[in-house]
Ligand binder design. Structure first.
Ligand code: SF4
Ligand code: SF4
Length: 352
């Protein structure tokens, strides 16, 4: 489909149209933060500033009921109890509007884990199949952005269904997938052919603003070689508070916990985001904890994203370079600096 143009004064009308048949989430300013909220006609979209949090919850909610259950006694035979289970799946058609390319690409990391030949997470898949992403080119990447280190870029379309490029008085609207092109079938969008050159300039200028990329190709082997280097991991994690902000705000962190909440003979099974930087994450019922110190947990976080995950998934790194963990860390830990240190660290003879 040919590119179209969305004039600034037609943005709200297009969003209203999209929200007639979709739950439409838009970035919205709340205090100092920009968060995704459902568009309700009055929601003012914030497309200038990069969202403070990714739209991870659109496909993988922070807390979701997986099923309800109920034990039922047979009054004729009280020793006999049956269990009724009702699974809950959310298949609401959803459009995430105005996310950045890196945020949409984050779900590609989820897919390799949750939708495989061996196992499929049906709750995840139901939302994933029903969610489309209208992303916006990062015309002014932040100083903390490093998507170009991990195979992305400010105009990357991996994970997008439609891409918007900000122009004077509006956006160029380009379809990336067939389902995305269907969203562009709107009277509020006009022919965009005469704005395509301008959009190319915006994309080129954004790419030129990115710093030089660090070569991460040797990171998995280097992380393996440093696995037993306690001094290295203690030094790089020294400042960390184990608060977990970096995991909750990360568009590629997919760990969760499952709990049952009972009330008498019935209850609900909940899935909730979990955080590998917390002591409790690996604490075992016996009292043993295989990652007792923050250095162990920090090594796991970095090792997983830049070593174990790429080793298991064709070299794909489990980080999209959004830089949010750098911005949100209360003690200014910088994942780029840590990875650079990993690559530059001397490996002692005999270390594996
Ligand atoms: S946000 Fe910073 S202090 Fe908190 S767990 Fe992550 S690295 Fe540690
Ligand atoms: S590790 Fe940090 S930079 Fe990478 S995707 Fe997660 S929050 Fe973004």
């Amino acid at each position: 489909m040919a590119a179209k143009f969305l004039a600034k004064d037609k943005l709200i009308s297009w969003l209203a149209e999209l929200s007639e048949s979709n739950r439409t989430l838009v970035p919205h300013r709340e205090g100092q933060a920009v968060v995704f909220r459902e568009f309700d006609g009055d929601t003012v979209p914030e497309l200038e500033r990069r969202p403070t949090v990714p739209p991870k919850g659109a496909v993988f909610p922070q807390c979701e009921p997986l099923m309800t259950f109920k034990y039922e006694k047979n009054p004729e035979d009280p020793g006999k109890v049956s269990l009724n289970v009702k699974e809950r799946k959310d298949e609401t058609p959803t459009v995430v509007f105005g996310a950045r390319g890196c945020d949409a690409a984050g779900f590609n990391c989820f897919d390799r884990v949750y939708v495989t030949d061996k196992v499929t997470d049906q709750n995840y898949l139901a939302r994933r199949k029903n969610t489309l992403f209208v992303t916006e080119v990062c015309a002014k990447p932040a100083t903390t952005c490093f998507c170009n280190w991990v195979g992305g870029g400010p105009a990357d379309t991996a994970g997008a269904d439609v891409q918007l490029t900000p122009l004077v008085n509006g956006w160029l609207v380009e379809g990336v997938t067939e389902r995305g092109e269907a969203l562009m079938d709107s009277l509020y969008l006009t022919d965009g052919a005469d704005r395509e050159t301008e959009a190319q300039e915006v994309k080129k200028a954004a790419e030129a603003l990115m710093g030089e990329a660090c070569d991460l190709s040797g990171a998995p082997e280097k992380l393996l070689a440093l696995f037993d280097d306690k001094d290295f991991w203690e030094a790089v994690s020294d400042k960390c508070l184990s608060c977990g902000a970096c995991t909750y705000i990360c568009p590629t962190c997919y760990c969760f916990n499952v709990t049952d909440e009972n009330c008498g003979l019935q209850g609900v099974r909940l899935r909730t985001w979990d955080n590998c930087m917390s002591y409790q994450f690996t604490a075992e019922a016996s009292g043993h904890n295989p990652r007792p110190a923050k250095a162990n947990r920090f090594k796991n976080r970095i090792g997983h994203k830049f070593g174990y995950y790429p080793s298991l998934h064709g070299g794909n790194i489990a980080c999209v370079g959004c830089g949010r963990c750098i911005k949100s860390c209360p003690v200014s830990m910088d994942v780029r600096e840590v990875v650079r240190n990993v690559i530059a660290a001397p490996v002692a003879q005999g270390d594996k």
